[in-house]
Ligand binder design. Structure first.
Ligand code: 4AD
Ligand code: MG
Length: 429
């Protein structure tokens, strides 16, 4: 048994091969059926000629609709008109699973494709995106491993809200209400006292009521935390990690980028160091570009777009005003109105893919901020303990996997960066 990709080679010409997969396209004229077979590796054309296969198999080939699963044997021939330049001239055509009239045809509304997501994920675009996502993940895993980070498994059910209580999903947990995790950060922080460098890939949940092309209610969050690392060291990790991820995808997925028509010239230029721009400088730049904002305004999608649209390399924005960020960040001694933190913005207009910071180690400051935010300090007692027993400077960050996929694949909407997007309006299928 060969894969579609393996068939497409000069060495196969004249040889007998067997393939299996799903019918991607089919048409028949007179005594000949032209079918295109799709498998996990790609597509290959098959011609089934009356007389070259048993009569019942020819009849089955004529009838077999799109998405029927089939096993086909035949001889490989060169054919310039076929996708990939080769085709199989069939001597055997077996239907494994019939397909009813496939509900997805060429022009479909976005809504219908979302309703039929369980079938639409068979599309070649979605397949390419899944492969690129896996390749980015593999690049990250290898980088972490080479740099002595230990992969850990934090809980998803939790009583803490690192990113503020407004976006929490509540779940009934026996006779109590608890939350779905927004971030594993606090648990990762607790693990650095033994392992020093840790990372985790977990689902994170955000009840984001606004519908935007970059927010999901559930996303895959890749987080890291390290002892003895300051904010600058934290940014070095981010630029190395992102570079390793992108390079791995470029190496493993050239065909997938081609299929998505993603121009990879700019991705090839990515290497450390990434430029650092202070929040103050970002404000100045945005004001010059005509944005009506002032010190203390948050940077939303529109502002991040202006900051990155003409860039090919990601950009760090550092030292945000305290009001804009969560309570756990370390005060910036050079300007105590701000934190020692960074957001990493992807270029080409995409914006934030990572949020990170050095962590506050002063429990009195943490308590003060929690009270200001009217948080129930009881749930954070264990978190404060971490500063009581051998506290160390430490930093970490969270990278949104679907955000980086959206940028790397240059997608219009984050929902295509995951097989089953969860949004305000949708939990089906
Ligand atoms: O900036 P955020 O909220 O930071 C944290 O959660 C920190 N506790 C992480 C840490 O330091 N360990 O989220 C981190 C990243 C964002 O930069 C973004 O890429 C992604 O998570 N993200 C989302 N992705 C998709 N949909 C959403 N609703 C997202 N919210 C955040
Ligand atoms: Mg953020």
């Amino acid at each position: 048994m060969l894969s579609a990709k393996e068939v497409l080679s000069k060495d196969r010409v004249g040889k007998k091969v067997e393939v299996r997969g799903w019918i991607y396209r089919t048409r028949s004229s007179g005594g000949i059926v032209f079918a295109v077979l799709r498998d996990a590796t790609g597509i290959v054309q098959v011609t089934i000629k009356k007389g070259n296969v048993p009569e019942d198999q020819f009849a089955a080939a004529t009838k077999a609709g799109i998405e029927s699963s089939v096993i086909i044997a035949g001889e490989v021939a060169e054919d310039k008109r076929a996708p990939g330049g080769y085709e199989i001239r069939a001597s055997k055509f077996l239907v494994v699973g019939d397909s009813e009239a496939f509900p997805i045809t060429e022009y479909q509304s976005t809504e219908l494709l979302l309703d039929l997501r369980h079938l639409w994920i068979r599309s070649r675009e979605q397949t390419a995106i899944s492969r690129i996502k896996a390749s980015l993940l593999r690049g990250a895993r290898e980088w972490y491993h080479e740099n002595d980070y230990v992969e850990v498994t934090p809980p998803i059910i939790t009583g803490v809200a690192p990113e503020g209580s407004t976006t929490l999903f509540q779940v009934k947990y026996y006779d109590r209400i608890v939350y779905l995790s927004q971030s594993a950060q606090f648990y990762l922080e607790s693990l650095i006292y033994s392992l020093e460098r840790v990372w985790a890939l977990t689902p994170s949940f955000r009840a984001e009521k606004s519908r935007t092309p970059r927010h999901l209610s559930e996303y895959w969050h890749m987080e890291m935390e390290a002892a003895w690392v300051d904010n600058e060291g934290n940014m070095k990790v981010q630029e190395e990690l992102v570079t390793a991820m992108v390079r791995n995808a470029l190496k493993e997925c050239p065909d997938e980028f081609k299929l998505l028509k993603r121009d990879i010239r700019s991705l090839k230029k990515i290497e450390p160091p990434f430029e650092r721009m202070s929040y103050d400088e970002a404000m100045e730049y945005l004001q010059k570009k005509g944005h009506e904002i002032s010190w203390g305004s948050d940077l939303g999608a529109v502002e991040e777009r202006t900051l990155t649209i003409d860039r090919e390399i990601p950009l760090f924005v550092v030292n945000y005003p305290k009001e804009l960020k969560p309570f756990y960040m370390k005060e910036n001694p050079d300007d105590p109105r701000t934190y020692k933190n960074s957001d990493l913005l992807a270029p080409e207009g995409f914006g934030e893919i990572i949020g990170g910071s050095e962590r506050e180690t002063d429990n009195a400051l943490i308590m003060e901020r929690l009270k200001e935010k009217c948080e129930d300090t009881k749930s954070y007692e264990w978190y404060l303990d971490l500063r009581k027993y051998g506290s160390v400077p430490h930093s970490g960050f969270g990278l949104g996997m679907e955000r980086i996929v959206t940028w790397v694949c240059k997608l219009d909407h984050i929902r295509d960066a995951t097989p089953y997007p969860r949004t305000v309006a949708r939990v089906y299928p």
